[in-house]
Design a protein around this ligand. Structure first.
Ligand code: HEM
Length: 287
């Protein structure tokens, strides 16, 4: 067991578990990034509830939300790390794991601070329905991310995480990866989104998504969600899609800032970085 506060030891153990030859594309990284994002993406700036405190997905009402289907894999991957470092909260572990995974897959270093608290019961969970729906258009994407306090540039930067991982028909109903190498963080998602000719198809389960098949049909069919295409087709979002497609460094810098901000949603700190609203979790949020 490590000493309380030894986050370097936790980081090391997270790195060790990323390699998962039997799982998906051989890495736990993408689903860990999604766990971190969904743990924070429930934030509502107006009522100041939801966000990365609490680790509410341990409870059925949040964990069983169809939007979170599949994230139990990420939580199970992390259990041995929690067992080896029982002093870390789940809320800190999930957010830290997302940041470490991005870095280990070749992405930027993301500033991360500890101090999140875990809910002690399921009475303070944010309502379901706050996470984005991939079948929708730009106005929905804006409504969801503006609610968290993000602007158009930050929205596009964050969605660049779709350079990682894949859709699973038994989780979201969508199917396939966005890029050819889905365990390597880069700006390829933006290059493909802006540069390829995408075709709208209806899958056998009735779900509509965009696909690209290369001419020889050798590589796996790539996909885009309707919300991904909305970034390309919206006049403001598309400026950022093009900037990030052209400039990987700019994307990495902006992604690191926006993801760090995402991980802090719902957390208040004093000047020294200590969390000052952790008690809210026991006493209840104002809503
Ligand atoms: C996967 C939707 C934004 C990171 C997915 C999946 C959907 C989705 C439907 C497939 C889930 C599955 O079938 O397993 C959306 C929508 C977004 C959005 C509608 C916003 C409009 C984001 C953001 C991040 C992110 C902001 C992180 C910063 C990921 C990752 C995966 C993923 C890493 C792959 C997970 C895996 O391989 O298991 N997303 N997402 N997404 N999303 Fe998003």
């Amino acid at each position: 067991m490590s000493k309380p506060g030894d986050y370097a030891a936790v980081r090391k153990d997270i790195i060790k578990l990323l390699h998962q030859p039997e799982y998906d594309d051989g890495s736990a990284g993408p689903v860990l990034v999604r766990l971190a994002w969904h743990s924070a993406g429930t934030y509502d700036a107006e009522t100041d509830n939801g966000g990365s405190n609490g680790a509410g997905m341990r409870y059925e009402r949040e964990g069983g939300d169809p939007a979170n289907a599949g994230l139990q894999h990420a939580r199970v991957f992390l259990e041995p790390v929690k067992a080896a470092h029982p002093w870390i909260t789940y809320a800190d572990l999930w957010t830290l794991a997302g940041c470490v995974a991005v870095r280990e897959m070749g992405g930027p270093e993301i500033r991360w601070l500890p101090g999140r608290t875990d809910y002690v019961d399921d009475s303070k969970l944010p309502p379901r329905g706050r996470l984005p729906d991939g079948s929708k258009a730009a106005d929905h994407v804006r409504a969801v991310f503006y609610r968290m306090g993000f602007n158009d540039q930050e929205i596009v930067a964050l969605c660049g995480a779709h350079n990682l991982g894949r859709c699973h028909s038994d989780r979201s109903g969508f199917d396939g990866p966005w890029v050819n190498n889905p365990t390597r963080f880069s700006n390829q998602y933006f290059r493909l989104l802006a540069g390829l000719e995408w075709k709208l198809v209806t899958l056998p389960n009735g779900v509509k998504q965009w696909v690209y098949e290369d001419e020889d049909g050798i590589s796996e069919r790539l996909m885009m969600l309707p919300t991904d295409m909305a970034l390309r087709d919206d006049p403001v979002f598309c400026e950022w899609v093009e900037s990030y497609a052209e400039d990987k460094e700019l994307f990495f810098e902006d992604f690191a800032k926006a993801f760090a901000k995402l991980m802090e949603l719902g957390i208040m700190r004093d000047a020294r970085g200590r969390v000052i609203n952790g008690d809210n979790l026991k006493g209840g949020y104002h809503s």
